[in-house]
Write a protein that binds this ligand. Structure first.
Ligand code: ZN
Length: 272
């Protein structure tokens, strides 16, 4: 059967070629009467490329398939999610904060880091949190071929299963980037793709107060909040700001009577 699933990168390559040919035709005044067809096609091509790329990077967009980026609910529920761990000492510090307040969260872990820190991965699960697949090496999945994407997903599922005894059923692509093929593979592996509705850009370490303020300004019922307990597989950047911001965000939201749940629970609360 003809497979209409295309890679974003191939499509952008094709569109670039079409745009260049159209502009050359326009330059030599070919296909210019009654309207400048070449120029028109070039503008359409650029617009199409822009729209396709935007759909691949915007967290809430469903053009390439179903993603969850926050839910409609009348309940005061929010889900905290932490990406790129496990990464000591930040993951432990966040776990301590969550434990003190008896709050569940979801950790989108990197397979490489799980293999480095299986005990810490087990602690996440033992304390009632949910695990998600965030790939093995935090590579941009749009740059890999189908086999490469599958390897990143399978190796991470295997590392998680080796540490805690089961593989997760949710995943978050690095940077949130996905296209039709990535979505197809996630469906094949029965992994729900979970993005976010609140991002404070904590990964840039903009300051604890900024992380807290940006998060609290955007939070509403059903929000999925993106934070980071690690920084890729290298873990170069410290996450001290995120740790401190997490404590403040939780306390402010508790004061506003929000209830914290895992990604699974917030997805279950979805109202039509
Ligand atoms: Zn990440």
């Amino acid at each position: 059967m003809f497979d209409i699933k295309f890679r974003l990168i191939s499509m952008l390559g094709l569109l670039t070629t079409v745009v260049i040919i159209s502009l050359v035709l326009d330059y030599f005044r070919v296909l210019c009467r009654p309207v400048r067809l070449g120029l028109g096609i070039a503008i359409l091509g650029i617009t199409a490329g822009f729209v396709l790329t935007l759909n691949a990077v915007l967290p809430e967009n469903r053009f390439y398939g179903p993603v969850f980026s926050g839910v409609q609910t009348s309940e005061k529920l929010v889900a905290l999610t932490f990406d790129d761990g496990p990464c000591p000492p930040y993951t432990e510090q966040i776990l301590d904060i969550l434990q003190e307040r008896q709050i569940p969260a979801t950790f989108f872990v990197l397979g490489y880091n799980v293999a480095q820190y299986p005990d810490l991965t087990r602690r996440i699960v033992a304390e009632g949190h949910q695990l998600g697949n965030h790939t093995y090496t935090h590579v941009d999945l749009l740059k890999l071929n189908r086999r490469g994407v599958i390897e990143e997903i399978e190796k991470t599922n295997q590392a998680i299963a080796a540490a805690v005894g089961y593989a997760p059923h949710v995943m978050r692509p690095p940077h949130g980037f996905r296209d039709a093929v990535v979505m197809d593979i996630m469906a094949e592996y029965q992994l729900k793709v979970v993005e976010w509705s609140v991002a404070s850009r904590d990964w840039l370490n903009p300051g604890t107060a900024v992380i807290v303020d940006r998060t609290l300004r955007r939070v509403k019922n059903g929000s999925i909040i993106l934070l980071h307990d690690g920084d890729g597989i290298a873990g170069r950047l410290p996450r001290t700001q995120t740790v401190e911001a997490t404590r403040l965000i939780i306390d402010r939201l508790l004061a506003q009577e929000y209830r914290f749940v895992t990604v699974d629970e917030i997805l279950e609360s979805m109202e039509e």
